[in-house]
Design a protein around this ligand. Structure first.
Ligand SMILES: N[C@@H](CCC(=O)N[C@@H](CS)C(=O)NCC(=O)O)C(=O)O
Length: 216
């Protein structure tokens, strides 16, 4: 059986977990928590980068990205449903890339706080990443994607956007909600259509100053 190494707050891991549920593949992948900060965690032998999500195949080869999951032999046919054909494909790929970028910028901000003492942090760097997040959110507020009618209707763009917003709820106290009302309504509708989104929620856990390097 394939194994997914991830951690509950990981937005990239959540993408894969949601996809497994949406595609009816949950029974084909065992989910095992990983701690990227722990050198003794077997994660680093499974994925030399020590990053999650890591998909460990039965043949013991592993990969680190959600796109790799879409391409495994057992799931690529099912995953095709997340990527519409024709003209509808471009906006879905664009939304996925933008929402992935919001997550990347958010994670860099979290790591700046987690791995550096206050005196070594660079406010300009934080502002640079925050601006990427804000421009991405503004794009989605102004161009809110169609609300999926049901889990079967979800595409990779919507899936990734929901996980990005969910991560901002966990790590940034949901501040985005105050200034992006259309996105708030969109996420509520997404959650109503996709029960697995509720099932994969974790409580808000903003990163405290000088937090020990633990989970992402
Ligand atoms: N591009 C990767 C990003 C994965 C990623 O950034 N994962 C974070 C946790 S959410 C991680 O593993 N961080 C630990 C590290 O960078 O060492 C993907 O799409 O899966």
């Amino acid at each position: 059986m394939m194994k997914l190494r991830s951690s509950p707050p990981s937005p990239f891991g959540r993408k894969v977990k949601l996809a497994l549920s949406i595609l009816g593949l949950k029974g084909e992948v065992e989910i095992e928590d990983a701690n990227t900060a722990d050198p003794s965690d077997s994660l680093r032998s499974q994925n030399p980068l020590g990053k999650i999500p890591a998909l460990v195949l039965e043949t013991a080869t592993s990969s680190t990205t959600a796109p790799s999951f879409w391409n495994t032999s057992t799931s690529w046919r099912a995953a095709a449903r997340l990527f519409p054909e024709g003209e509808a494909r471009f906006p879905v790929l664009r939304d996925q890339t933008l929402a992935d970028g919001i997550m990347d910028a958010a994670i860099l901000r979290v790591y700046e706080k987690r791995f550096k003492e206050q005196k070594y942090r660079d406010p300009a760097w934080d502002a640079y990443q925050a601006a990427k997040m804000e421009r991405g959110l503004k794009h989605f507020e102004d161009n809110t994607p169609p609300v999926p009618a049901s889990a079967a209707d979800v595409n990779a763009g919507a899936l990734t956007l929901a996980c990005a917003l969910g991560y901002l709820d966990i790590r940034f106290a949901g501040e985005w909600r105050q200034t992006h009302p259309k996105l708030v309504a969109w996420l509520d509708a997404f959650e109503a259509a996709v029960p697995a989104f509720t099932d994969t929620k974790v409580p808000p856990a903003p990163v405290p100053d000088n937090a020990p390097a633990l989970l992402q």
